[in-house]
Ligand binder design. Structure first.
Ligand code: FNR
Length: 372
């Protein structure tokens, strides 16, 4: 169907299901084992109710926000996701252009299908005076020197923020991804990891599992000084799932955390993202004063974005919706961002606020999920 007939992130998803190559759909849409966490990421947003305020003159509204001091047009980021080239030949480069033109940040995966310098050089130079619109997501390699070289390269491109993914020492059991075997098409292979062409093995065609085999399973908190030696910019831990680890992150002086269960792709029955955010509120409220908290997993609507902001998130991030919208090329990604902006603006109006600084926990009722 033509782009202009799509009305929601769900519409992009159902077109993707019908039109993507079977392996691409299996890799993008899959999640761990019984998909409990994956489904709960979305459904738990629906169990939080707004407490809307009326008669507030909402005629002019501003959806802009600040992420680590950087102004963005919307409090949403594009989550790092591997191998965008499977859906479109320009892959992450097309996403980068679309995000830049709409004034939002894209976090590029270590497993992107283009080298980071290609993605950076596809940005429009006319807008290159300010801070880079790219963040970089790091998976630490078993070969530390390779990660160190990658970090140097990323720094040389003007990128100043790294998301260290901490929830994936290994990939979860994604059965849909295992079931569909890879063909000989090398199109989407990751370019920064030296993994080379992913192949099927005895367990199946699990693209996530096989391409993740370079990741160092031995990484622990004592490696943070190593990272600091090789990265002088900001560091955000991606994949925090409980208050205790959020506190530890704050104590270690990190700049931010992404509350995330990797889109339900790793540990099934890990808590849905919005419950993790509530856990932080109850059990580690101080972290909101010392670092920025972002949320990803299951965000599909402007109302989801606003609920997360009300509960203390600085911004949210979306994974699959960006990949599905890239099915329509960079125009599809721009369309998705506009759509979410419009939904967020309407949600703000109807809750009774005109700027995101006015969002606060009193605007949501979490009683139905407040059993922490
Ligand atoms: C991911 N995710 C991910 N995260 C990461 O840190 N590095 C990566 O390379 C990838 N790769 C990846 C590939 C695909 C196909 C998906 C769907 C996801 C996780 C991603 O950053 C994010 O946490 C989730 O996608 C968020 O959930 P939603 O928005 O997809 O529900």
């Amino acid at each position: 169907p033509p782009l202009f007939t799509l009305l929601s992130t769900h519409d992009f998803e159902s077109v993707a299901e019908k039109t993507l190559a079977p392996k691409t759909w299996a890799f993008y849409s899959s999640a761990a084992t019984d998909l409990v966490t994956h489904k709960a990421n979305q459904s738990f947003f629906d169990r939080i109710w707004f407490r809307p305020r009326v008669l507030r003159n909402i005629r002019t509204r501003d959806t802009s926000a600040k992420i680590l001091g950087q102004k963005v047009e919307l409090p949403i980021m594009c989550s790092p996701a591997a191998m965008a080239k499977l859906v479109h030949p320009d892959g992450e480069k097309a996403i980068a252009r679309a995000c830049q033109s709409k004034g939002i940040i894209q976090c590029v995966s270590t497993n992107a299908s283009f080298p980071i310098e290609d993605i950076a050089s596809s940005l429009s130079p006319s807008q290159n005076n300010g801070p880079s619109p790219l963040f970089f997501q790091l998976y630490v390699s078993k070969t530390r020197a390779a990660s160190e070289a990658l970090l140097r390269q990323v720094w040389s491109l003007g990128i100043r923020t790294v998301f260290l993914t901490v929830d994936s020492p290994l990939a979860g059991k994604r059965e849909a991804d295992e079931r569909v075997r890879m063909d000989d098409d090398q199109q989407g292979i990751p370019m920064m990891t030296g993994v080379g062409k992913p192949l099927n093995d005895k367990r199946g065609g699990g693209l996530g599992r096989i391409t993740g085999s370079f990741i160092d399973e031995g990484l622990d908190w004592s490696d943070l000084p190593w990272l600091r030696r090789h990265w002088k910019g900001k560091i955000v831990l991606k994949g925090i799932m409980c208050a205790a680890d959020a506190s530890r992150a704050a104590q270690e002086g990190l700049d931010g955390i992404v509350v995330s269960n990797h889109g339900g792709r790793n540990l099934d029955t890990a808590p849905p993202a919005i419950l993790i955010l509530l856990d932080l509120h109850r059990n580690a409220p101080h972290v909101f004063d010392t670092l920025e908290v972002y949320v990803d997993g299951g965000i599909r609507r402007g109302t989801d974005i606003l609920k997360a902001i009300c509960l203390g998130a600085t911004a949210v991030s979306l994974g699959r919706p960006f990949l599905y919208s890239l099915n329509y090329g960079p125009e599809g990604v721009e369309y998705l961002i506009d759509m979410l902006k419009e939904e967020l603006s309407v949600a703000m109006a109807l809750v009774g606020i005109t700027a995101l600084e006015q969002a606060h926990p009193g605007l949501v009722n979490t009683n139905d999920v407040d059993y922490l």
